[in-house]
Design a binder for this molecule. Structure first.
Ligand SMILES: Nc1ncnc2c1ncn2[C@@H]1O[C@H](COP(=O)(O)OP(=O)(O)O)[C@@H](O)[C@H]1O
Ligand code: SF4
Ligand SMILES: [Mg+2]
Length: 323
């Protein structure tokens, strides 16, 4: 039987933003009523256009920020409203990997010290013991002692991401939140890093929350996928079902934009018209109605309920699915 490592329930987060010179401050609803669960050792991917709330969801779960509403259950403990002093054990269990490791790697530190830094902060290990662990982890991510003595700027993008992964792994986390970890890399390097993440998952029984704006990137690494639009999850379910049998019109549109090499299998591209609405003023009813190619009158006024397909395991919020 599988264990649930992460469960989020009704997670919401708004930010106050300034509104010009004379205007009042406004509330930007970045994440709205998001729920999903991730089983231990599996990968759940959040996908959706830029600005839909993926990174905010990741930052809420890693408790870099506090939610306005909702619960976050990590490894059996509820962590949504804990204060910093009570988050110690959770901080070791969750590590993050970012899109641009260069920005998060200190240019004045040698790679050895960058990777050892979390150990220096969170453990009482001696310097010699910390460096020993660094040597082991370098090997695991495909780097060597030679790299340990250098500075981050001496590395290529792919190698820098390996350093970022090593720094996350050294704490022996249970959950890794990888926020667009390959988006800044060339396609061939993307595949290498994705394969490395997949191997590491098997080797260390890691659980991933993988974040990407690109549905094609998450295809091979995911077990489950959650599709986000304007702060909400519009559809989630097993990867195979999302790719072969999408239920929500937004998922269908995203999928139709992925090129398929075989012309016989080519899908008709669904072009979404209109701009992404502002999360300061999200559309009434179904948030997708201003761009949905099959919107109906009811969509403008009534928020759709979540429909659960028990055969496929998909959840989708759309009036078309109501029977
Ligand atoms: N600290 C913040 N203050 C104000 N607005 C923010 C903040 N963080 C994110 N946002 C806004 O929240 C929305 C979701 O952002 P984000 O979670 O970064 O989206 P994504 O990662 O999907 O691109 C965006 O409109 C973004 O501008
Ligand atoms: S509820 Fe209506 S607008 Fe929303 S996705 Fe379904 S059909 Fe489109
Ligand atoms: Mg982001």
């Amino acid at each position: 039987m599988s264990n649930t490592l992460l469960q989020v329930e009704g997670l919401s987060k708004s930010f106050m933003i300034p509104a010009g010179v004379f205007g009042k401050k406004k509330l930007l609803k970045a994440v709205h009523n998001v729920s999903f669960m991730v089983e231990e050792g599996k990968t759940f991917s959040l996908v959706g256009e830029s600005g839909c709330g993926k990174s905010t969801t990741g930052r809420l779960i890693s408790r870099l920020i506090e939610p306005n509403e909702g619960e976050i259950w990590l490894d059996g403990e509820e962590i949504s409203s804990r204060k910093e002093a009570q988050l110690k054990s959770m901080r070791k269990k969750v590590q993050m990997i970012f899109q641009d490791p260069y920005a998060s790697l200190n240019p004045r530190m040698k790679v050895r010290d960058i990777i050892a830094e979390p150990l220096a902060i969170h453990t009482n290990l001696s310097k010699a013991e910390r460096y020993k662990q660094v040597s082991e982890i370098l090997d695991v991510v495909g780097l060597s002692e030679y790299h340990a003595n250098r500075y981050a700027h001496e590395f290529s993008g792919g190698q820098r991401q390996r350093i970022g992964i090593a720094r996350a792994l050294i704490m022996k986390p249970k959950l890794i939140i990888a926020d667009e970890p390959v988006s800044a890399l060339d396609v061939s390097i993307q595949a290498q890093i994705l394969n490395l993440l997949k191997d590491l998952q098997e080797q260390f029984k890691l659980t991933y929350l993988f974040i990407s704006h690109d549905l094609s990137v998450v295809e091979h690494i995911s077990d489950y996928i959650g599709v986000m639009y304007l702060g909400t999850i519009v559809e989630s379910g097993p990867k195979e079902e999302i790719f072969s049998n999408p239920k929500h019109p937004y998922t269908k549109a995203l999928l139709s934009s992925i090129p398929i090499p075989d012309p016989r299998l080519r899908r008709e591209r669904i072009i979404l018209h209109g701009d992404l609405p502002s999360p300061v003023n999200p559309p009434s009813g179904c948030r997708f109605h201003t761009r949905c190619p099959v919107a109906m009158d009811i969509c403008k006024v009534t928020e759709p309920a979540v429909y659960h397909d028990e055969t496929t395991g998909q959840l989708a919020a759309c009036h078309l699915l109501e029977s």
